[in-house]
Structure formats: structure tokens, C-alpha cells
Design a protein around this ligand. Structure first.
Ligand code: FMN
Length: 219
């Protein structure tokens, strides 16, 4: 199966230091996934690789020559993925605007009927858990239902090195055990939905909304 690990930071400015703390969280998550699930394809999606115009040009209203080509590439990756790891810092008790901005460019049918895992972190003591709570609602609306276990990493700079390895004194088994519980749930649901998508195509059975948001309205 194929999994996309979305990183939710583009922050270069400091303070607070260090900038892009999330990159080390993403590296640690990928190391854990590679170690436990080497048979699967795990790809990091870094928002810096998909620079977006100030003018909103969503991929789902793609007009030839209007939307950045990179968004079409990413749309293909999302469509062919079996599950997602969504890594976000907590900014003002909310999920990362960089992550929401990138994800908002794609229709929910690309994400739907596949599971997601929520990973939040912070430089302080709460590990981004307030952001995680509203990510559940957000990801449910995209149709990639979050698994029940979540990962929160307080003081992430004291846990992981820049390379995503353990800082001195941190126990890798304990941390990978903690990360792994959420990733095990993700894998279980991904396998289940992967198998069942082959039995019943949800896009045919349920039908995707493609024209206007009013398609969701009660009669
Ligand atoms: C605009 C802004 C708002 C922040 N709000 C919170 C917050 O609500 N809760 C928290 O624990 N940390 C907060 N922080 C601190 C972040 O946890 C810390 O800066 C972290 O490194 C951000 O992740 P990043 O470096 O990957 O962007 C905030 C940081 C910034 C820049």
C-alpha cells in the first residue's frame, strides 16, 4: 500500500526556535513506519515542494494552464494513496494554516474512503492536542476518517534530533511503541478499506459531489 505523510509547516522565521520543528517529527514518523511496515511505500509531502499562488487556484476547478502543474501531480498521489499521516504544529490552538491551505486545494473525493492518522507536536508542553481536536472535524469532512489513537509530541525539540533520531536520554522503543499504536490502527483501516474498495467502488455506490456545494443541501 501507499501512504502520504503530510508535513504541516513552512515556517522559516524565528523565534520561536527551532524553525520547522515538524520536519524532525516527520522524519521520526517515517523512520517508525519504515521499520514496522517496510513492505509499504511511504512518501513525505512537504508543502515547500508545492509553492502556491496567492490567488487560490484549486486543483478541483482545474482549468488548463491555470492551476499549478505541481497540484495535478499531488492530486494523482493523493488519489493513488491508501492512507494519510497528517502532521501539524499547533498555532494559536489550531491546526497549521500551511497544511489546511495545501489540503484545501483538493476535492474531498481524492481523500475519501481512506483512513488518516493525526500527529501533532509543539515546542511547549501540550503537544498540539488542541489542534488535534479540530483536525478530527477537518479530516472527517475530507472523508479520510482519522483513526481513534492520536500522536501528540510535547517539547518535540527535546525528543527528536534534526535527523529525526532520538535525543540523548530518549528511549526509542518507548517512542516507537507510542507512535506505532496509531500507525497500527492506520494500517488496519487502510488494509480494510483497500480491500473493500475493490469489492464495492464507493465513488459509484455513494456518488461524488462535483458541481456545487449546494449538492449537499437538504431538499
Ligand atoms: C504563530 C504561532 C502560534 C503558536 N501557537 C502555539 C500554540 O497555540 N500552542 C503551542 O503549544 N505552541 C504554539 N506555538 C509554538 C510552536 O509549538 C512552535 O513554534 C513549533 O516549533 C511550531 O512548529 P514548526 O516549527 O514546525 O512550525 C506557536 C508558534 C507560532 C509561530
Amino acid at each position: 500500500m501507499k501512504f502520504l505523510v503530510f508535513l504541516g509547516t513552512v515556517r522559516e522565521s524565528t523565534p520561536p526556535k527551532p524553525a520547522r520543528l515538524g520536519l524532525r517529527v516527520a522524519k521520526a514518523c517515517i523512520a517508525c513506519l519504515d521499520e514496522r511496515y517496510a513492505e509499504h511505500d511511504i512518501e513525505l509531502i512537504d508543502p515547500l515542494d508545492y509553492p502556491l499562488d496567492t490567488i487560490f487556484k484549486p486543483q478541483f476547478s482545474y482549468l488548463p494552464g491555470k492551476a499549478p502543474e505541481a497540484l495535478n501531480t499531488l492530486a494523482d498521489k493523493i488519489a493513488s494513496a491508501d492512507g494519510f499521516v497528517m502532521i501539524s504544529p499547533e498555532y494559536n490552538h489550531s491546526m497549521s494554516p500551511a497544511l489546511a491551505n495545501l489540503l484545501n486545494h483538493f476535492g474531498s473525493s481524492l481523500f475519501a474512503y481512506k483512513p488518516s492518522a493525526i500527529v501533532t507536536y509543539s515546542a511547549g508542553q501540550w503537544g498540539g492536542m488542541r489542534a488535534a481536536v479540530n483536525m478530527r472535524t477537518y479530516l472527517a469532512e475530507l472523508g479520510c476518517l482519522p483513526v481513534s489513537a492520536m500522536i501528540h509530541i510535547p517539547k518535540a525539540q527535546e525528543v527528536f534530533t534534526e535527523e529525526g533520531a532520538m535525543q540523548a536520554g530518549e528511549d526509542k522503543n518507548s517512542w516507537f511503541g507510542y507512535l506505532g499504536r496509531t500507525f497500527n490502527q492506520l494500517m488496519w483501516w487502510a488494509q480494510a478499506t483497500n480491500t473493500h474498495r475493490d469489492v464495492v467502488d464507493p465513488h459509484n455506490m455513494v456518488g461524488d459531489f462535483t458541481k456545487t456545494p449546494t449538492e449537499r443541501n437538504a431538499p
